[in-house]
Design a protein around this ligand. Structure first.
Ligand code: DGL
Length: 249
């Protein structure tokens, strides 16, 4: 089975990592829309337009399924993508919510949702969580985390100050922190250090769990092959993939 994985840039590689580790597919065709990144600061109309263009591009690679490994595109474009595809299209928000719920048994649990401005503005995480009976939700858009990750600053003073800047006002460890942006797993260690008692929810692990339980996908006998594509600076994407997917590709 050949799956298309799409993100606004390199963030979706964190989801790709989980997919490769679990050998759910024979082949992954990854497309990073690096010519248009970031999506997180754009309005819904633009995010939908870019996402549909990405879908059309990936269709030419004969994919059997599409995973939208971008929370921002999942929040705004999922419905339109599904209308325009003849194969299944999965986003990362519903799997993230289900993973959070699986980790939290008390409906009064406190949940911190982190995402881009566009993801948070969509209210998608909150809507689904509230539907499931969870109402103790705080949503935050730590915009500086995306460029910090892209700079490879996974630890150190710059990251620590940004974390303090955004989380300083939160006095108690939330029961769960949803990393609702595919860049954020790369700084999960620092976020976990700040909130040592919180359960962190990662889009990659969440979609793997979702595909295993809902689609009954089983691990393949041989390793997943990866084809990397980008709308700009493919060399940069390949370089990042080599570092982030170290030992897997
Ligand atoms: N990877 C995107 C997401 O998960 C964030 C980066 C962007 O703003 O394009 O929402």
């Amino acid at each position: 089975m050949r799956v298309g994985v799409f993100d606004s840039g390199v963030g979706g590689l964190t989801v790709t990592k989980s997919l490769i580790e679990h050998r759910l597919f024979d082949e992954i065709v990854y497309f990073g829309d690096t010519a248009h990144v970031p999506y997180g600061t754009k309005d819904a109309k633009t995010i939908i337009k870019y996402s549909l263009e990405a879908l059309e591009f990936l269709k030419s690679f004969d994919i059997d399924m599409l995973i939208v490994a971008c929370n921002t595109a999942s929040a705004h474009a999922l419905e339109e993508l599904r209308k325009n595809a003849s194969f299944e299209v999965f986003g990362v928000i519903e799997p993230g919510v289900l993973a959070a719920i699986n980790a939290l048994h008390d409906k009064r649990s406190s949940i911190l949702v982190l995402g881009t401005k566009a993801t948070i503005a969509s209210g998608q995480y909150e809507k689904l969580l509230i539907k499931k009976g969870y109402e103790n939700i705080l949503s935050l858009s730590p915009s500086l985390f995306v460029p910090i990750v892209e700079e490879g600053l996974f630890e150190g003073d710059v990251l620590e100050s940004a974390i303090e800047h955004y989380f300083g006002g939160i006095k108690q460890n939330p029961d769960a922190v949803i990393l609702g942006c595919t860049h954020f797993p790369l700084i999960a260690k620092a976020i976990q250090n700040y909130f040592p008692k919180s359960t962190l929810i990662h889009s990659g692990d969440a979609i793997v769990e979702y595909l295993q339980t809902k689609c009954h996908l089983l691990p393949k006998a041989s390793a997943t092959t990866l084809k990397l594509l980008a709308s700009d600076n493919l060399e940069g994407v390949k370089k990042t993939a080599k570092i982030w997917l170290h030992g897997l590709i």
